[in-house]
Write a protein that binds this ligand. Structure first.
Ligand code: DPP
Ligand code: ZN
Length: 844
């Protein structure tokens, strides 16, 4: 396989003015007839090469005359006129046997497509690159009742339908759906008064009852983008289709979003509060792509963060606006610091804008998405809100209809603000998480903070230059009053100091408020300092962060020296739990311990080889200690967090349920599960039912409830996924591999369905003590299943290899076992380039 480099970018040698496609749908012999108007690109002449894979060329013509192109397994070349010409081709493809779920494939009798990043080349011969944009007209022929494509419907008749998308777009935004589908419809009037028809298509049956929330979410997102970014929808119709077999979460195809059914279908009986929040965010995310991604797209796939970082940032803003910004910020930081920092710290570290790849699908990463969003957030902090929106408006004005780059994006900020962003751009090119160390001193009323930044080497990048880091700081007096409100410091040097004068006493600093930059802050702090901030910090993020840091420190002491849990921590948590002025969702987050994987990383960073079993034991012991310490408060909290009335997923109700659940989880360590059993029996929504089951399984109870749950939901795929995942996640460490293995023998385990595969194996990889059990059984099991899946679905198989990315953290025995599994995967017959690239990067 070939490595592709950003520095090799060249424009395509032809423009594409129009594309007409006709699909004669058939499960194994679909015919695709294309008529494409090409025009030589006089500014950048180049060879005529069309991508094309996994298809049979039936015929080709240029200006009506048959031609014989040279076809390989990657595409074709052909001698073409030195003037505009019309290319016509007919190909045959087989959607039914397409288990990679890329290109045109079938899911439960429905035809659907996934073209991002490079799936269109499995549909017909085409310059499948995002900088080639064109106007598409699509005719679909089949006897299925619903036939959809991008843009607006043109006409339809018996057995056919035609769609026209007036907006130029790259092929990765092409979509087609055909099936026996039911529509849940709605209507939206845009800010300029245009009516838009909205449809959410699902398979007829129970899914029809799971559409209402998604439809409302879509309308909220459409309104929000008008109000906050001034962006209006630009077609007469907006369709969403739910598909059961889907590699990713969802896809922003122009006017025809296709969603993994898990990311759009919701009902109180079958979806948890967390599902609702995620669905709301993903619907918004895909809708927001209409401007940030579709109207302005990416010049090449190295620029992926241009659309994804910005769109994630926008969906984060949106979710914050629906509930609490503080809670959303903490949730996002938890994800970033566990998963993105882990990636940044290991063999898969890559810049937000990578400079080379073999398989682009391997770069739809947490770094490109979530760290990419952090970069937008930092820009906004640095230039201020007003300048941010001014620059973004300029971006829309200047680049609408274009395929843009990160340089274009930064230039609008430079032009709108007069700021030089040369140094800021390093955030896009340097991989790795900067470490910021802080010391301080106080003299004659002047308090000084000394910062030092350092980014450790990452694969292919030994030397790092200092980055611009916005550091939000507040100062508290020793009695807990805030003496300096949040102030933005701008660190640009390797070492830099900032002074604050006129202070009566040495203050306590609150640094990196609101998590103002994606860095690791290192400061020699005592547990007493942390407990102080936990009690007094006015910044909710840092208040939570102090609790998190204190919990980590307490756990570290328990792991390394078998210390008993620190009283200051237990008292601090108790105070937060009892403080009714605090948002319940926030209190629930403060009650949640750092994950086992985070603790392993923290120990590794501090030079200790983590023992996942010891981490698990300590974490369980701390939960018990917390439960005992909070014994009297827990039942009171549960009672106070009861939500009356019919289920509603709004942030306030969900926050109460999350605190109630956190309390239940602790209480169950004392009451043998009695309260959880009662909650399970009386639950009238999935949030409470699943929480109760999870709590029971965590304490080794709940067999009867688990069986009842399994039976109750046997016919619901999405709930069944939850059950599969929960069984693995709550297994005892020594049983986790065996439990996962047994689940693969259930009649409804279907490895071709990515959601089901991930339910089992994502849960196994996420069960730190189970995955790293010294027997090595989980390593072997996952390795074998990755090899097996790779032949069917390389994209999902490759993604699962990240379970092994932390192998260097562990002891020699675990390292040897993981390396052996990785070598075994690498030796799989016919291994895909996707998985081969991942394994070789992980092995380093
Ligand atoms: N572009 C999709 C997204 O919105 C990924 N398939 O993230
Ligand atoms: Zn996206």
């Amino acid at each position: 396989p070939q490595t592709i480099y950003l520095s090799d970018y060249r424009p395509f040698g032809y423009h594409v003015d129009t594309v007409h496609l006709t699909f004669r749908l058939h499960p194994t012999q679909t015919r695709v007839i294309s008529r494409i108007a090409f025009r030589p690109n006089t500014e950048a002449p180049g060879p005529f090469f069309l991508h094309g894979e996994d298809m049979q060329l039936i015929s080709a013509k240029i200006d009506g005359v048959a031609v014989s192109p040279e076809v390989t397994d990657k595409g074709l070349t052909c001698t073409v006129p030195d003037a505009p010409f019309v290319w016509e081709a007919e190909v045959e493809i087989s959607p039914q046997t397409n288990t990679a779920l890329e290109g045109l494939y079938m899911s439960n009798g429905m035809y659907c497509t996934q073209c991002e990043a490079e799936g269109f080349r499995k549909i017909t011969f085409y310059p499948d690159r995002p900088d080639v944009m064109s106007v598409f007209t699509t005719r679909i022929e089949s006897d299925l009742p619903v036939m959809l494509s991008n843009g607006n419907p043109v006409d339809q008749g018996d057995g056919w339908a035609e769609w026209h998308d007036p907006w130029r777009k790259p092929a990765y935004l092409f979509a087609l759906v055909a099936g026996d589908l039911a529509a849940h419809s709605g209507q939206f009037t845009t800010m300029s008064g245009k009516d838009v028809t909205l449809n959410l298509y699902v398979r007829p049956g129970p899914d029809e009852g799971k559409c209402a929330f998604g439809m409302e979410a879509l309308k909220r997102a459409m309104r929000w983008d008008e109000e906050v970014y001034g962006r209006e929808y630009d077609l007469d119709i907006f369709n969403i289709v739910a598909v059961d077999d889907f590699n990713a979460g969802a896809m922003e195809n122009k006017g025809l979003n296709i969603f993994n059914s898990s990311c759009v279908l919701a009902s109180p009986d079958t979806s948890t509060d967390a599902n609702y929040e995620r669905i709301d965010a993903i619907i918004a995310h895909e809708y927001f792509h209409n401007w940030t991604g579709n109207r302005i797209t990416c010049r090449d796939w190295f620029q992926l963060c241009l659309k994804e970082g910005l769109t994630v940032f926008r969906d984060q803003q949106y979710t914050g606006d629906q509930g609490s910004h503080a809670v959303k910020r903490i949730e996002d930081a938890i994800v970033l610091r566990s998963r993105q920092f882990r990636e940044d710290n290991g063999p898969l570290a890559h810049p937000v804008r990578p400079e080379s790849f073999i398989e682009i699908n391997n770069f739809y990463t947490i770094t490109v998405y979530e760290k990419g969003a952090e970069l937008i957030g930092m820009l906004k902090r640095l230039v201020g809100d007003e300048a941010y929106y001014k620059a973004v408006d300029l971006y829309f004005d200047r680049h609408d209809g274009e395929a843009a780059t990160i340089e274009d994006w930064l230039k609008v900020f430079e032009d709108a603000t007069g700021r030089d962003l040369t140094q800021f751009k390093r955030w896009y090119s340097q991989a790795g998480t900067p470490r910021v160390t802080v010391t301080d001193d106080f003299k004659d009323g002047t308090y000084t903070l000394h910062f030092k930044q350092e980014t450790p080497p990452t694969p292919g990048q030994e030397q790092k230059e200092p980055q611009v880091i916005p550091i939000a700081v507040g100062l508290l007096s020793p009695n807990g009053d805030e003496v300096m409100p949040t102030t933005m410091l701008e660190m640009t040097e390797t070492e830099q100091s900032f002074s604050f004068d006129g202070l009566g006493a040495k203050p306590v600093p609150s640094i990196l408020r609101d998590f103002s930059a994606p860095v690791i802050l290192e400061r020699a702090e005592s547990n007493a300092d942390r407990a102080f901030l936990m009690a007094h910090d006015t910044d909710p993020f840092n208040k939570w962060d102090a609790a998190d840091k204190l919990a980590k420190s307490v756990l570290r002491a328990m792991i390394i020296s078998e210390a008993s849990p620190d009283q200051a921590y237990l008292d601090g948590v108790a105070a937060i739990l009892r403080d009714d002025t605090l948002d319940p969702a926030f209190r629930a987050l403060c009650l949640t311990l750092p994950s086992e994987d985070d603790l392993a990383q923290a120990l590794h960073d501090a030079g200790t080889t983590p023992d996942p079993m010891a981490i698990h034991t300590a974490r369980e012991a701390l939960k018990l200690a917390l439960a005992q310490h909070l014994q009297d408060t827990l039942p009171r909290i549960r009672a106070a967090m009861t939500v009356e009335g019919p289920y509603s997923p709004d942030a306030k109700s969900a926050g109460k349920r999350s605190l109630g659940t956190a309390a239940l989880a602790l209480l169950s360590r004392l009451d043998g599960g009695a309260a959880a059993q009662a909650q399970f029996a009386g639950a009238d929504n999935m949030t409470l039912q699943l929480a109760a089951l999870s709590v029971l399984l965590q304490i080794g109870k709940g067999d009867a409830e688990s069986a009842a749950f399994r039976d109750q939901w046997r016919n619901d795929r999405l709930v069944t996924d939850k059950w599969f995942g929960l069984k693995v996640a709550t297994a005892a460490p020594e049983d986790a591999a065996a439990v996962a293995e047994a689940l693969t023998r259930e009649p409804d385990f279907d490895m071709k369905n990515p959601n089901r595969f991930r339910a089992v194996f994502g849960a196994l990889a996420g069960h730190s003590a189970g995955f790293h059990h010294p027997s090595g059984a989980a390593y072997d099991l996952l390795g074998d299943w990755i090899s097996k899946l790779d032949g069917m679905n390389p994209q999902t198989a490759a993604r699962m290899t990240t379970a092994f990315e932390t192998w260097r953290r562990y002891d020699a025995d675990r390292q040897a076992k993981m390396r052996a599994v990785l070598h075994r995967i690498a030796a799989t017959d016919g291994l895909s380039p996707d998985t081969a690239e991942m394994v070789s990067r992980i092995l380093g």
